[in-house]
Structure formats: C-alpha cells, structure tokens
Design a protein around this ligand. Sequence first.
Ligand code: CA
Length: 468
Amino acid sequence: MNIYQERRQRLSSQLGPMDVAIIPTAPTRTRNRDSDHPYRFDSYFYYLTGFVEPDAVLWVNAAGESVLFCQPKDLEREIWDGYRLGPDEAPQALGVERAHSILDINHYAPQYLANTESIWFPFGTHEGFDQKINAWISALAIKARAGVRAPQVIKNACLILDEMRLIKDAHEIQIMKDACSISAKAHIRAMQLSAQSIRAKKPIAEYHLEAEMLHEFRRHGSESVAYTSIVAAGANACVLHYRADKAPVKDGDLVLIDAGCELQGYASDITRTFPANGRFTGPQRDLYALVLLAQEASVEATRAGAPFTAPHEACLRVLSQGLLDLGLLNTKEHGHVDDILENRHYSAYYMHRTSHWLGLDVHDCGSYVQAALPQSQTPSWKQMSLQAPNSPATAAQIPSSTPRKLEAGMVLTIEPGLYVRPSAHAPEAFWNLGIRIEDDAWVREDGVELISREVPVSIEAIEQLMAS
Ligand code: CA
C-alpha cells in the first residue's frame, strides 16, 4: 500500500458506514486573457492521491474504496498541454479501485451517491463545487419514488483531513527538510551577493536579491515559491507584507528576506535579517540580539505537551523586557513587564503572532484551539451579545478558548520580530529598523528540531558568512 492509499484508508475509517467523501483538486485559474496562472493542485486532494493533474475529483467510501475522476486521454490536447494519465492507467498508478473520465462525472455521481447518508466535502476549497454536489443530489432525489435514498447531510471533510495533515509523517518531514535546505542555500546566496555588491560599490536593488533566491530555488528542483517572497531593504522592512520591489539596497541598510521554496507541494518558510554590507551597526546589533533572544526563548518553550501559545508568550516576555532595556518602552509610561504584557504595549513594535502551522500550505490547516466541548444548551439569540457592524474587535471581545497542545509530528514556524517606525516614543537610533527571524520547528517526542538552520542566524555567523 502506498502512503496515499494508507491516508485514504485513514479517511475512510473516520466516515460513517453509509458516508462518502468527495475531494476535488483545484481548478486552473486564468491570469489574463488566455494565459493561466501556473497550476497548483489542491492540498487536500494531493495529500490523498499524490496526483498533480487538474480536473480531477477523488471519491472515498466507508468501505475503504476509492474512485478517481480524471482528464481522459486525448492525443490532440496532450500535444498542446502535455501527458495525461487517463482513467485506464489510474488504478494501477494511484491504487484507486476505479477511474472514470471527468467528463462523465455527472453521469456516474448520482449512481455512486445512491443510498448514502452523508457527503463529506472540504468546505471553502473549490468555489462552485457545492453547487455540483447539490445538482447530483437533486438528480438522485428524482429517483426517490423508485426507492433510492439520496444523502441528507453535507459535512465538512476538513474536520477529518485537517487533523490528519497536522501531524506530519516521516515522508513529509523528509520533504520539508529538503525544502528548508534549498531555501537556506538561497538565503545564504542572497546575503553573499548583497555584501559583495556593496563592497564592489555595484548598485543593487531588492529584486536582485529576489532573483538570487528564485534562481537557487529552481536550480535545486523546487517547483515554485511557497508564497510571494518579501525582500525589504531599510525602512521597507517595517511593512509586514512588503514584496520584493525596486528599492535600492544601500550601505548601512538592514535587509529583511522572508522567502521559502515549495518542494513536492510542501512549503518552507524562512526569514533572515542581515546588514546589507555584512556588518551590523550598534543599534542594529542591539535590536537583532533582542529578537534572537526572544526566538531562543520561544524555541525553548516549544515542546510536545506545551500549549500552542507557549512559544508566543515566551517571546512576548523577552521582547517586552528588552523594549524596556533599550528605551523603546519606559516604566514611567508603560509600567513593568507584566503591565506591558497585560496592556499589549509591545504591539507598537510587534504586531503579529510568533507561529503558524506549516505543511502543504504555508499557513497550514489545523485548528489552533482545542476542540469545543459539545454544547449542552442551545445558545439563546435573545441573550446573545452581538457585535455591531464595523466595530473593531478588541481583545476582550475575542472569545477566549483553550489553545491546543503541541504534539510530536507538528511543524510550526517560530518568527519573532520588531518593527520600529519613526515616532516620538522610539529613540531615533532605532527608527526604520525592521527585524524578523523565522525558523521552521518540527516537534518531536524528545524535543524540537529546527529544520531551517542551515542558514546562519547568530550575529557572528552572519558577519562571518558575509565577509567571505
Ligand atoms: Ca514567513
């Protein structure tokens, strides 16, 4: 049995006895006129099949059987668009019980749905697909007089699949390590190019560094970036979702690069911040050392059994103390560390979370809170306190919930940062510095492994690398 068959069996075993799961892959998307975006399969579908062609739908029933609908063989189309596996070869190649042409799905779907009870379908993954399901149910309902039962319930397959995908198996961990190795090489290359160019007084811009990254990703076999690369020189690093643009990389700047490749569908996600010329200035060094200290505390807090929020809380405590020590916050105005934490004063400089799940998607699926206990009482609409339209959610209004516990096999990012915009509160020496350090952490039974550390992170190691 291959890994995909094994995953389909695990999905199947969690369905009710009369249930069926229907998992479509992603549609192709037009970029402009007759030109498409590069095709990317749906992550749930790929997780269960390893199949990368568009126009395919996987069906799994409770008996552990799978049926694939896929593109039919078509020599004319294959000359233009490339090889298609086709329904005849699919059972052998993918271990499914049966395969049909996707062109016949409306014909076969009602037959496969006959006398089933619930349909599991990943909500929100494929626009318009629920309408197809509704049409198949309607087609089947017409036969109700002949005694055929149509499914009565549509359930969210993400409830099952998210939990499966959250715990990575050995096969996935190996791919993610390989992806991180490639991304690390790319970061190293960008750091070196930056220092070399500044030393040679050769003008470079953000996009030159991005080009180095992309070159390195691709030449090691990565099929894509895992997300749009951020290459931000100088003050641009304070824009959280900045992209690589045309700004010059200047002597004395810090450069923040948040970029990772995708390999066999799996994301890597690494951020490094380095001095463009290879040497940190005093204030850059102070702020960088603080972010690194916060990351170390986060890593320390990341272990099986700890709550998901533990790394974030560890990070906030270190950053808050450091902001006091560096004069970015002061005790007269902001109180001591506990006051700063309670009143979230750090958020002037640190406004994002420390971690997210990582996997087939860069912000991978999986709940961050423990499953809610079954409601014993129907909530009363009359007593419910509603939030008015356009009222900003405050921390107090966000319902508190119990964070889930970290488990062996989970992979998450650890990415503290500090972003200092010019303001009356911040010493001028720190203005326009934006620093983030991000590594990918694999939670193991016996601790945590940072799988992205082939790129240096300490001040000494970065300076040494960039001097060579
Ligand atoms: Ca990132």
